[in-house]
Write a protein that binds this ligand. Sequence first.
Ligand code: RUB
Length: 299
Amino acid sequence: MLEGEFEDTVDAIRTMRIRGAGAIARAAARAMAAAVREGRDIEAARRTLLNTRPSAVSLRNAVEFMYQRATAAGEDPDAVDSAAAEFEAYAAEARAGVVRHGSRLMVDFGRYLTHCNSSAVIDTLVAARRSGRRFEVFATETRPWGQGHLTVQALASAGIETTLIVDSAARHIIATEDIHAVLLGADTVTMAGSLINKVGTASVASAARDHGVPVYVFTETYKFSPAAMGRNPVPIEERPAEEVLPCPIPGVKVRNPVFDVTPPEMVKGIVTEGGIITPSQARAICERIGAGDLSPHVA
Ligand code: RUB
């Protein structure tokens, strides 16, 4: 039995009824406000939320922003509600910037490939289509959750020529279909400019590199991590085996890591609200966020 908005949101994030780095960050900000309104222990609320999707720094940055605001305001519910609204307004403004800069990359008759279901990528493609450009998008199915089905529905209903492929066809399509660019979302961008995104992203990016196809990452800067460094910059979330194999096979183990790390050398550009940067420029943004400045980045 669920009790109240906080628990309901935690459950929705954990079970992926709310998913995608941007959506979970906004939901987490609202959940922190709900925790204060419901008189919960703010420290416990923060820990609970941080554990729901550990690979998404967007969520961590939103929770820490709310935690700082809540403690500074003596956990005043009105102040905390305003902070959640401020985060949402910031996220909307940042998204508009990503779309503005990103849609410059789409060319008429271009062919693009995307993996998983990034609302930053989709919003940009839809905006480019609405401004009159015609292009084609290949989208991977994205095992085991099938987020690619959401992607193709959104693109096709916006009048974009859309083709669904199985994940393992990505290299073949990149090799044979004259793809202009691979477009990806982000759960986290690290100090070193590495990308943490849906598992399979690194394989798609490596196929793109092998065939000279540029990879662009579409992300607001609140998905940049002040702390994510080294070879294993964030914990990679492992989800239940049943998502991969609903009926267990005796003697068979299942692994279900749901994110992976793409090194900066495989990324040509990161489309942020402040403009398109190179992975080596990620450090400065991460440092700004580490210093507590969570506001739209303007180049
Ligand atoms: C979603 C995923 C998306 C990023 C960016 O994974 O990997 O590419 O979260 O999304 P999951 P957005 O389905 O496991 O949450 O651009 O919408 O923030």
